[in-house]
Write a new protein. Structure first.
Length: 482
């Protein structure tokens, strides 16, 4: 081929499924063959990045039946939507900080590549690149829900006529708790102040027009519009610029929980004029379990007198140690920092951001589109839709398993995740996948989320997953379907 297949896929090119079919035809390969998967991996410009991660082997995982797989083979890790893999350099960078603490003590606050007093400031420009933020708009701090609360203190300023928060009906529970508790703090009842957009009957994802209609109808009473950038259950990527613009036209602040979007899809928060956003970094950003989260505050709010909780770390470094109790705030996102950043948690984040710096979000997204389309094609070919077998987890027909894909078919409305809904109960399916070293997660009653993260997952991983899925379903049918 004159160009690697992943390089060929651009914004307005063919659908990735057509690209895959074209490649297979040209090379004389079956899309369902191992040879095709290996060909795609050999021509993957991001393929070498897999070597930058610790990839678990079958023998290292709990629940794997080593009689069914090669103990020395790498597992199929499709759970980057929950916890990204460990960058190899994370060990070294954490050890550097431990050695610095052991040998230098308090001097570590100002010494080394990651001086603890401003270790976050060494990384936030790289973080800002991944979400489309400008200098001063991004701060690395705290955990996601803590940050959401801090942001709502500024942007949720309810009045008797404008006190509602608009969100999705299936928002991640932590977001729901944050919205509800903020309302109660201000003396409002979530039953009347929280309004939802729900999927239409028989559908799983939200239509942008329904969100816009709700904003148009109730915008005058809405204080904050806040959705997830990528919906955790379905994998739907919301139209952030269109929804943000609609909210602004009605006088609402518009914010986004980007937990499943950051490092997964292309974001341009500054250009989209998003008011605020927050995200964790342990999913697609691979920063370790419970790793540092981040916030975005658009520069238009840099000098506004929005109310906020304040602490020592939002004080300018040049005057911080005068200790005169006269707060001298840092303009922009840094003003929201309350406590000093944990240096040990910056170390694995540094290791991950260095890997992201070897590529770009457009390149990551190009591979993501192809990889996810490849999985989608394989699922549809193997388990064609049958209207007699609804994928709701209630069927007992083990001989005719039907698999639905809840995630949008539009490649621009999804990231590196397909939510597979099975016609049969998934508990035993998930267990059989686990026995074969497939790391994914289940959402009862019928969904298994499959997330081939493009930084370290391969086309051969998808090919192996399809083999293991077929084996898992056959095992369940043999054990329970007789």
């Amino acid at each position: 081929m004159d160009k690697p297949p992943i390089k060929r896929l651009k914004q307005n090119d063919d659908h990735p499924a057509e690209t895959l079919q074209s490649i297979a035809k040209k090379e004389g390969l079956s899309i369902e063959s191992l040879e095709f998967a290996k060909f795609m991996d050999q021509n993957d410009p991001l393929g070498k990045l897999r070597q930058d991660f610790n990839y678990p082997k079958m023998k290292e995982l709990h629940g794997v039946d080593l009689n069914l797989v090669d103990p020395e083979q790498e597992c199929v890790y499709f759970c980057g939507n929950s916890l990204g893999l460990c960058p190899k350099k994370a060990h070294d960078y954490v050890n550097v900080e431990m050695e610095k603490w052991a040998k230098q003590g308090v001097q570590g606050h100002t010494k080394g590549d990651l001086p603890w007093a401003f270790c976050d400031e060494k990384l936030d420009s790289d973080m800002a690149k991944l979400v489309g933020g400008q200098p001063g708009e991004v701060a690395i701090m705290n955990g996601l829900t803590v940050n959401l609360h801090l942001l709502l203190i500024s942007f949720y300023r309810p009045t008797p006529t404008r006190h509602k928060i608009l969100c999705e009906s299936k928002a991640f529970p932590s977001d729901y708790y944050a919205f509800a508790s903020q309302m109660r703090l201000h003396g409002y009842d979530p039953e009347t102040s929280m309004i939802f957009v729900e999927p239409r009957k028989g559908e799983y994802t939200l239509r942008t027009e329904d969100i816009l209609d709700k904003i148009e109808a109730e915008g005058e009473s809405i204080a904050v519009v806040c959705f997830s950038g990528v919906q955790y259950y379905t994998g739907q990527f919301f139209d952030i610029p269109t929804i943000t613009k609609a909210g602004h036209e009605k006088g609402c602040y518009v914010g986004w929980d980007l937990a499943h979007a950051a490092g997964n899809v292309e974001l341009h928060l500054h250009d989209w004029e998003v008011d605020f956003a927050c995200w964790c970094s342990y999913k697609y950003m691979n920063s370790s379990a419970g790793g540092l989260a981040s916030i975005f505050i658009h520069e238009k709010h840099k000098t506004t007198d929005l109310p906020k909780l304040e602490g020592w770390w939002g004080h300018k470094y040049s005057t911080r140690f005068q200790m005169n109790n006269e707060h001298d705030p840092i303009p922009g996102a840094y003003h929201y920092r309350i406590s000093n950043t944990p240096g040990l948690l910056c170390a694995p984040l540094k290791a991950s951001l260095e890997i992201f710096n070897k590529t770009s979000m457009p390149e990551i997204k190009a591979k993501s589109k192809l990889l996810t389309a490849y999985l989608e094609m394989r699922i549809k070919n193997k388990y064609p839709k049958d209207p007699k077998h609804i994928a709701d987890g209630t069927s007992t027909d083990w001989k005719h398993v039907h698999v639905d894909i809840l995630t949008p078919a539009d490649i621009n409305r999804r990231g590196a995740q397909l939510s597979l809904s099975f016609s049969i109960n998934i508990t035993h399916v998930f267990e059989e996948l686990e026995k074969r070293g497939v790391v994914c997660d289940e959402r009862k009653p019928s969904v298994i989320r499959i997330s081939p993260a493009p930084l370290y997952c391969s086309f051969e991983d998808v090919h192996r997953f399809m083999i293991y899925l077929d084996e898992a379903l056959q095992a369940v049918a043999n054990n329970l379907g007789r």
